[in-house]
Design a protein around this ligand. Structure first.
Ligand SMILES: Cc1cc2nc3c(=O)[nH]c(=O)nc-3n(C[C@H](O)[C@H](O)[C@H](O)COP(=O)(O)OP(=O)(O)OC[C@H]3O[C@@H](n4cnc5c(N)ncnc54)[C@H](O)[C@@H]3O)c2cc1C
Ligand code: SF4
Length: 487
């Protein structure tokens, strides 16, 4: 259990990182993993409290007390085996997970929680350095084939699990590179893309095939949904060629703000802006000319996507960066008032620390411009009562802006694709499928399954990994009549 008195002796440690002014000058990751002794000290703080609320809080149910103890004892090899037994890609979650496990840590009741995410990060990065992460190719092939649509964390986790039990897996991806939002949503300064590439190499060695630049569907994706596709394949063809199909296509349709001036040049969806920078970092030469440099930038939407726009705009050298949120400012509480659950609290990301004017309870009424180009926003202050907003009279303001990034979330997956597969949808337009019972992850269409954001709506990398893993087991059972894959 770590060290019996560790939680009384040691403080929570931050991962070493570059100061804001220095890291704003580049796009590389700036958080380093804890060194081995520091990670050991962090592991020593785990109380092994009997009921591991942290494991419950972690969507993939990582066996946290065990790997905390193993790291305390410096048994890194056993630690990575433990971590990999529940999580295919700890190097992604160890970097970008918001760590609901730490909100559920028992130490969190009256102390800083164990730095679980930093321990996960340390274990997996050390494992890669030591050469312990190797391909686990299946000993026997089943002769069954599975098509996975989408190469985000859900598709990748599902594909890896299925390949490891001997199925022939092909992943179809409309972007030019594999990775979904890991590749083209999350900026390099949070997740360098070499981290994805080395995992893909492992998956290729395990037999997974990737077909990029291929759109699955008949109707092309609509406004706000990116695609690099050079060819397409119809849902009918996919269903005919493969023994099972897994939809892991994410939830990409962005929420729009249809107010006067929306058509002005300079108003963009966040996902028209962020992927361009990831492509530039990857060395692509012919990338659309959309920059925040020397502009007053306003980001509408207060979540992860908005925060990534803040970090990217600052790196471009924006003149000013402002982020609006419709909702009131959440409380800045030190302890978790709803432990062990995920609390609503003010969250300050590393991108926020780099410089931004954040404003809450504010609505945008109109975009105004000159000769078709955006120049300003008209806003109004909101007052919230009983969960409902009303405009504060006389609070109208005009704010200069040459670039507005809409980061107000995503409404649904591509509806046309789901319709073409004949998949029933829930009230929010997601692929309808349960996660339990005999029909887990099965959609209404024959041999078509769904996992990740396409099923649950825009969520988190760790939830996508969980669903991809669980869906793989459901598909394996469907194909073979039984499965030894973990649930
Ligand atoms: C900007 C941004 C930042 C984020 N930051 C974080 C973070 O820090 N931490 C975190 O936990 N979560 C974060 N998220 C959320 C997280 O990235 C997603 O919840 C997660 O990636 C969902 O995984 P997925 O596999 O279900 O779908 P996705 O990652 O969306 O992948 C779906 C893939 O399917 C492909 N596809 C879709 N339709 C088709 C088709 N018809 N044919 C072929 N291919 C298709 C898409 O091109 C895409 O590559 C962020 C999201 C965004 C937008
Ligand atoms: S995946 Fe996320 S919730 Fe689970 S242990 Fe890692 S940081 Fe915590």
């Amino acid at each position: 259990m770590g060290k019996i008195t560790g939680f009384m002796e040691y403080e929570r440690l931050e991962e070493p990182h570059e100061p804001a002014e220095a890291r704003k000058k580049h796009y590389r990751e700036f958080y380093l993993r804890l060194d081995d002794p520091s990670a050991g000290v962090q592991g020593a703080r785990c109380m092994d409290c009997g009921i591991p609320f942290c494991m419950q809080g972690c969507p993939v149910n990582n066996i946290i007390p065990d790997f905390n103890d193993l790291v305390y004892r410096q048994d890194w090899k056993a630690a990575i085996d433990t971590l990999h037994s529940t999580n295919n890609f700890p190097e992604f979650t160890g970097r970008v997970c918001p760590a609901p496990c730490e909100e559920a840590c028992v130490l969190r009741i009256n102390e800083d929680p164990v730095g679980i995410k930093s321990i996960e990060h340390a274990i997996v990065d050390k494992a890669w350095e030591e050469g312990w992460v190797r391909a686990q190719a299946a000993a026997l092939k089943t002769g069954k084939s599975v098509a996975v649509v989408g190469s985000g964390p859900a598709g990748l986790a599902c594909a890896q699990q299925l390949a490891r039990v001997g199925h022939e897996v092909t992943v179809f991806e409309k972007s030019d590179r594999v990775g979904g939002l890991l590749r083209y949503g999350i900026p390099d300064f949070k997740l360098e893309k070499g981290v994805i590439d080395r995992r893909l190499e492992q998956m290729r060695a395990e037999g997974v095939r990737f077909r990029t630049g291929v759109f699955v569907g008949v109707s092309a994706p609509g406004r706000g949904v990116g695609s690099d596709a050079k060819s397409s394949i119809s849902p009918d063809e996919l269903q005919a060629k493969f023994d099972a199909v897994v939809l892991a296509a994410g939830s990409e349709q962005p929420r729009d703000l249809p107010i006067p001036g929306r058509e002005l040049a300079g108003v963009h969806f966040a996902m028209e802006f962020l992927p361009l920078q990831n492509k530039r970092v990857a060395g692509d030469q012919e990338v659309k000319d959309l920059w925040a440099t020397d502009k007053h930038v306003v980001i509408i939407g207060g979540g992860d996507t908005g925060s990534d726009c803040v970090g990217t705009s600052n790196r471009h050298g924006a003149r000013s960066v402002t982020q609006f949120e419709l909702l009131p400012m959440p409380p800045d509480v030190e302890r978790n008032p709803v432990w062990p659950y995920w609390p609503t609290r003010l969250r300050t990301s590393s991108s926020h620390e780099e410089g931004v004017n954040r404003d809450w309870s504010i609505a945008t009424k109109e975009f105004t411009g000159d000769n078709g180009a955006l120049k300003a926003l008209k806003t109004v202050r909101l007052e919230w009562k009983d969960g409902k907003p009303s405009e504060v009279p006389g609070s109208e303001t005009v704010i200069p802006a040459e670039l507005v990034l809409l980061a107000m979330g995503f409404v649904s997956p591509l509806q046309s694709m789901l319709d073409e597969f004949g998949v029933q949808k829930d009230a929010r337009g997601n692929a309808s499928a349960t996660t339990d019972g005999e029909d887990a992850y099965a959609t209404s269409a024959a041999k078509v399954f769904a996992a990740g954001d396409v099923r649950r709506g825009q969520s988190l990398v760790v939830w996508a990994i969980r669903e991809g893993r669980q869906c793989a087991r459901a598909v394996d059972e469907f194909l073979m009549g039984f499965s030894e894959l973990p649930r």
